[in-house]
Design a protein around this ligand. Sequence first.
Ligand code: NDP
Length: 330
Amino acid sequence: MFNALVVEKDAEGKTSATVQSLADDSLPAGDVTVAVDYSTVNYKDGLCIGPGGGLVRNYPHVPGIDFAGTVEASDDPRYSAGDKVVLTGWRVGEVWWGGYAQKARVKADWLVPLPAGLSTRAAMAVGTAGLTAMLAIMALEDHGLTPEKGEVLVTGAAGGVGSVATAILAKLGYRVAAVTGRPEQAAYLTGLGAARVVPREELTEVTRKPLEAEAWAGCVDTVSGPILGRVLKQMNYGASVACVGLAAGAAIEGALITPFILRGVNLLGIDSVMQPFENRQRAWTRIARDLPLDKLETMIEPATLTDLPRLGAAILKGQVRGRVVVDVNA
Ligand code: NDP
């Protein structure tokens, strides 16, 4: 038997999430069984703990889009009992049962060996959000960003992706301007290494100006909406924005084509879910090297399976700071 957060849907279509004890034979098909140590809470988890937002296919469902743990049994030659592994993406926790459980069974192709220097707890403090932050930074670097080029903007900075992006960029020597709508998080953000904090309202006005003064050498954008529309017009000549999320909305409000054709600005789409194994491994290796673990510790809010319905609702309202680490065995 093992404990899991199970989401059920009643005849009226209303969902409820409770911690239940499940038999091992209820685990789905897969070639690797993992004893989960930790999971975390992402925006998508908030959706899947609740009505699902169209992501969950079948009920009862175990959410949790990422986890880290120890292989218990494997039918795949790449993994053996005792190996430490991390999983993010591949629609685990949405279409497939996920990490809000003491046990998970998945495809070996979806796993990444835990990089040296990271514990399973640290890996989930990083989680999908942190992996995505690293992928965004790698994409900016691949498009020529270096610390000498100037200031780098991080939007939604007090959130999960933003916090990890801020800490990694600062460690790499970048001067980070962190955008937040929560002024009370200013000390947290400068503690992560932000050189300065930009109030969100400075970037939310939708304008029809074709361009604004050049201000940013790069940007990790987690919010889109009117902020991305403004930021594109403020990018330096030839600079890139890594577009990660849509916390402020799925449209790029007020955007015009001018930044692309007059300043050669690049908008780089970042997807963590279907990233090939080699890129994931490269990103996890970089995280183990470039993310300061003392800063990561300041981002962590510890939680258990029973906290998840509350935290799922909170992340949908933008009220979670940094990274929740869920100890599924507590
Ligand atoms: P969080 O909820 O932890 O952080 C989002 C942050 O965005 C909030 O903390 C807040 O930061 C800011 N924010 C919230 N609402 C608004 C708003 N209306 N206007 C402007 N800013 C707002 O989420 P994550 O960091 O985990 O994820 C961020 C986004 O990235 C989400 O949309 C998520 O779905 C997406 N994502 C995409 C991935 C991919 O593969 N592309 C992977 C992981 C996440 P503050 O309080 O500092 O202003």
